[in-house]
Design a protein around this ligand. Structure first.
Ligand code: FAD
Length: 526
């Protein structure tokens, strides 16, 4: 009896222990059903890293941190395809997601994969940069290549890409997933308008070559597609003859509508400048004095009498490309263009520099900021696309009333022609033929409770967004960031259905680019 009763006590404990182990095993197999053991058995030329992956949870925005379970350093395209196909084959039973990481210069964790796999695109074999000369030159590059490296390689053949970003230490895959906009976009369109062909690994692990003629839906979807439909592994980029030098010009306006009208006039001309951008200066002191280190005033006496202090000013920035021997002709062209503009005459400043130095100008600023430990601060940036008909209202409401100074970072304002964009791509644009890129690019001072603190800058962004919404300005975010699917739906508007159709076609399990937070991977526990 005693024995019996002992047996009775032991049985439930044993059953409970077995049950517990079973539950744990099921739980573990749910959490790690495809990871890490099965991934470790895959045949890849590159390698995985399971530790010290904090870098993959950081980006330029320096606000979001999601640690991945592993980082893949691929050597070949087939490494990427193998991993994705493996996860795809696991079906909805696996939680794993995959984010391509270019140079990690996203602002809100877009290249991060919480407990998923980050693919370090820069480690893809980059031997294969091939420049094709001829009547319509182009270069084939790995998507993990930095634009600065492409520039240097193409210059060996006297060629260069046509469309740029202001900063070149970004990868091809990273900018093509957004758009790639700079002061050349009014003429050439963004970088996504200057690509002939892509190689893409879809969310099913298929490797597809796509272009206007071949797999066109995938091609257009991936361009500006926020990484949702595939990982770009290779791109064919249009080139043009590269100039050796640029004439670089800055002039100031005190009236926004005159500044905007002149910008619009310049982008409407056939024979105009090669680069057109604008900057807002609110409450800046010693502005012109700062320019003097690299720019020469046209009229030094008048320039020295100009006082910027306390005023809101708008700087038009222009360049004209040229080669040695063409300087006189280019000067004449500039002399015929400048009188068409209504800037403050005493504020005409000019400089001459090499094409490379001009294109890589932000890197020079980066080096200075890095030396002061200011490059790695949080960057609560806000980029907006504002329709032309609303830009004066936007300036009045935002630049006149909400923004009190621009001392925390630059504010860019310049128009582009929508006719240079392809409306079949995934990028979302305002409805008018001309729209402005308005970029608020501050850096936050850690722990500050003042205007330069993170909270304060984020609430400023919110006030700007609220104003745009309340005033029905038809503004779209560039490098968009939202936290709910409702907001994403509103962002995509009529394009939402196309986005969903493409997602179902190319990444139906929502394995790719989880950091954009548009779709969530559906997990089945059955
Ligand atoms: P990441 O941050 O690594 O990735 C960005 C997104 O693209 C992520 O969702 C990632 O998963 C996805 N992705 C990355 N590689 C691939 C790939 N191969 N295939 C598919 N998806 C991929 N933008 C402009 O348009 N114009 C500018 O002038 C400009 N200037 C900038 C200046 C600075 C200093 C910084 C920090 C950013 C600037 N940007 C500009 C924004 C920039 O273009 C984007 O942040 C871009 O995504 C950064 O590229 P990246 O290689 O760092 O991409």
């Amino acid at each position: 009896m005693k024995f019996q009763s002992k047996q009775n006590n032991v049985l439930p404990i044993r059953s409970f222990t077995i049950l517990l182990i079973c539950c744990l095993a099921i739980k573990l197999s749910l959490c790690f059903s495809s990871f890490p053991s099965s991934l470790k058995t895959l045949n890849v030329e590159g390698h995985f890293s399971f530790d010290n992956n904090e870098f993959a949870a950081r980006d330029f925005g320096n606000r979001f941190r999601f640690i991945p379970s592993a980082v893949l350093y691929p050597k070949s395209v087939s490494d990427i395809a193998t991993i994705i196909e493996h996860i795809w084959q696991k079906g909805p039973g696996s939680k794993l997601t995959v984010a391509a990481r270019g140079h990690g210069h996203s602002l809100q964790g877009q290249a991060q994969a919480p407990q998923g796999i980050v693919i370090n695109m820069e480690s893809l074999d980059r031997q294969e940069m091939k420049v094709h000369t001829g009547r319509f030159p182009y270069v084939d590059v790995s998507a993990g290549e930095l634009w600065i490296n492409i520039l240097h390689e193409c210059l060996k053949f006297g060629l260069a890409p046509k469309s740029w970003t202001d900063y070149l230490h970004l990868t091809v895959g990273g900018t093509l997933s957004n758009a790639g906009i700079s002061g050349q976009a009014f003429r050439h369109g963004p970088q996504i308008s200057n690509v002939h062909q892509l190689e893409v690994v879809t969310g099913k692990g298929e490797v597809r070559v796509c272009s206007e003629e071949q797999n066109a839906d995938l091609f257009h979807g991936v361009l500006g597609g926020l990484g949702q439909f595939g990982i770009i592994t290779r791109a064919r980029i249009a080139l043009e003859p590269a100039p050796k030098m640029v004439k670089w010009i800055r002039v100031l306006y005190s009236d926004f509508s005159t500044f905007a009208r002149d910008q619009e006039h310049l982008i409407s001309l056939e024979n105009t400048f090669d680069y057109i951008e604008g900057l807002v200066m609110i409450n800046k002191t010693g502005l012109i004095n700062n320019w003097r280190s690299s720019f020469n005033p046209q009229d030094p006496v008048q320039a020295s009498q100009f006082k910027s202090d306390g005023r809101t000013l708008f700087c038009l920035e222009l360049t004209k490309n040229f080669n040695p021997g063409e300087a006189d002709r280019i000067d004449q062209e500039i002399e015929s263009l400048l009188p068409q503009l209504s800037y403050i005459p005493s504020t005409l400043f000019m400089s001459e520099t090499s094409y490379v130095e001009f294109l890589d100008r932000v890197h020079a600023a980066e080096l200075k900021l890095r030396s002061k430990g200011l490059w790695d601060l949080p960057h609560p940036w806000l980029n907006l696309l504002v329709p032309k008909s609303k830009i004066n209202g936007f300036a009045e409401g935002v630049l006149g009333n909400i923004l009190t100074d621009t001392n925390n970072g630059p504010v860019l304002v310049y128009p582009v022609n929508k006719s240079r964009w392809d409306n079949r791509t995934s990028v979302v644009l305002p409805e008018e033929d001309i729209f402005y890129l308005v970029a608020f690019l501050p850096q936050a001072t850690p722990l500050s409770k003042e205007n330069d603190g993170l909270e304060s800058l984020l609430s400023l962004n919110k006030r700007i967004l609220d104003y745009c919404e309340e005033a029905h300005l038809g503004v779209k975010q560039y490098l968009p960031h939202y936290t709910t699917q409702e907001e994403w739906r509103a962002h995509f508007g009529q394009q939402w259905e196309v986005l969903v159709r493409r997602k179902l076609a190319y990444d139906p399990l929502a394995i790719l680019a989880p950091g954009q937070r548009i779709f969530q991977k559906a997990i089945s526990t059955s």
